[in-house]
Design a protein around this ligand. Structure first.
Ligand code: MN
Length: 468
């Protein structure tokens, strides 16, 4: 694909005109890496156009009964699945840039008095979970204004949104964004080993976090070091531990073959064909950023943005995305350190107190006391202490004021490659117990009534028996 569908192009022209004609603008964007990226792109467009604006990064529940007070209101990475215009005035102008399944059809704008423009790939037959996300949709608006230099944020948002999760590549409209950023010299796409922490983690540490399948190196740094030694891969350069980004092609080749060999021995026959995809994927490097910093690697960068939102510090993430590389980085360092400490403490507790329980085809833990914003992150991290063949489900109270439960699920990518979509399953099951949920195939979540945990687990297990 090398251009947007014609109808989408027209919508972007209209969006540009609406912005140019407005003086008082408000942006609402979603509180995750994708949403903040989208918000940062929109805010940068408005800065450059010298348009007065306010930006608010919000969770989806904040969109109920929203007062539409500004001349123009922009919604990014949200809005299609909510009735955000319920309280719109006849004079209101609304633009939605969202990739989630829309509630309204394309003609909706003809039936309302106010100016309503929704740009959503689903309206044009394009799947919004793999081919474009909120940040990408916002980048296409920037492009309409001629701001191609913001393309790298579009790439970041796609990685943050796991748009590449099924194939290890950016495809569809995402590939247009990637091409723009490569052409501009901002991004380089590298076929690499699929290990987290390319720039900042010592390679032996990155190897020890391999958790899609439990290998001898999983959670075992000694084994990881021994593996590198066996393959003749030096651990250090001078005093510094080498990271994945330090390896040359020959070294990566050796490591790739060895990981494929180890995994193929470990997984059931029917998964063997997915093993190469598990070990190698495209990585994206931001060429204007310093080597060996999290900023240099799209995946590490997106994790840092998520750490900000999980700790209600969207302001830091926004500043970094808009170019602050000094004060905001210091602030981020403090937040990240505390974030990592919190995660480690809770993972240790779950492991020490043997809190992972098994029920048929699932495993779960009661994360009572764990902040609901990180229960998913923790579920993902303790997967390696459980059984990779089963999804890991975490429960915790939504907040001190709300005793209902947040449910988060993480699983090995192998299960998704094999065709299971946990986002769809959790949507179905949470609905049956009077809650709501959804998400990606390997990472998803739900909110359910406080007394429905057992029922949820039973139904989820039954559903899985039918689906597998
Ligand atoms: Mn998104």
């Amino acid at each position: 694909m090398d251009n947007l569908p014609l109808k989408m192009q027209k919508s972007y022209k209209k969006a540009k005109e609406m912005i140019e004609a407005s003086e008082d603008i408000k942006i609402y964007s979603h509180n995750d890496c994708d949403g903040i990226s989208a918000g940062a792109i929109l805010s940068t467009i408005l800065d450059r156009q010298e348009k007065e604006h306010e930006i608010e990064i919000v969770s989806l529940d904040k969109l109920e009964n929203l007062e539409i007070e500004n001349e123009l209101t922009l919604f990014s990475d949200l809005g299609s699945g909510q009735n955000v215009d319920e309280l719109a005035k006849d004079s209101s102008k609304i633009i939605i840039l969202d990739h989630h399944p829309p509630l309204k059809n394309l003609d909706y704008s003809h039936n309302v008095a106010y100016d309503y423009l929704e740009i959503n790939p689903h309206h044009h037959g394009i799947d919004g979970s793999h081919y474009v996300c909120g940040g990408g949709l916002s980048y296409f608006l920037a492009k309409e204004f001629g701001y191609h230099d913001l393309s790298w944020i579009g790439v970041l948002s796609a990685i943050g949104d796991m748009q590449n999760s099924m194939t290890g590549k950016l495809e569809g409209l995402n590939s247009i964004i990637l091409n723009d950023s490569v052409k501009q010299g901002y991004v380089s796409s590298i076929n690499d080993l699929s290990l987290y922490g390319r720039q900042t983690r010592p390679l032996f540490v990155a190897l020890s976090y391999f958790s899609d399948v439990n290998l001898p190196i999983t959670n075992n740094r000694t084994e990881a070091i021994a593996l590198m030694k066996d393959l003749g891969i030096p651990r250090k350069i001078g005093d510094r531990s080498r990271t994945l980004s330090d390896l040359d092609g020959v070294e990566k080749g050796k490591l790739f073959s060895e990981l494929v060999r180890m995994l193929s021995k470990e997984v059931p026959e029917r998964y063997v064909k997915y093993v190469p995809k598990l070990v190698a994927a495209d990585s994206y490097e931001f060429l204007m950023e310093t080597d060996h910093t999290f900023l240099r690697d799209a995946s590490e960068f997106s994790t840092a943005m998520n750490a900000c939102t999980r700790n209600n510090r969207e302001d830091i993430a926004l500043k970094i995305l808009k170019g602050d590389r000094i004060a905001a980085l210091d602030e981020l360092e403090i937040v990240s350190k505390e974030h990592r400490r919190y995660l480690a403490q809770n993972i240790h507790k779950i492991e020490e107190e043997d809190m992972i329980k098994n029920l048929g085809k699932i495993q779960y833990f009661d994360g009572n006391g764990i902040k609901s914003s990180v229960v998913g992150t923790i579920a993902g991290m303790i997967l390696s202490y459980g059984d990779w063949r089963k999804p890991m489900i975490g429960f915790t109270q939504i907040s001190e004021e709300d005793e209902n439960l947040k449910v988060s699920l993480r699983c090995s990518r192998l299960l998704a490659y094999d065709g299971i979509h946990f986002g769809n399953i959790i949507r179905k099951v949470s609905k049956k117990v009077g809650g709501s949920g959804g998400g990606h195939s390997v990472a998803c979540g739900a909110y359910i009534p406080h007394d429905k945990k057992e029922k949820f687990l039973t139904l989820f297990n039954e559903q899985l028996k039918m689906d597998i």
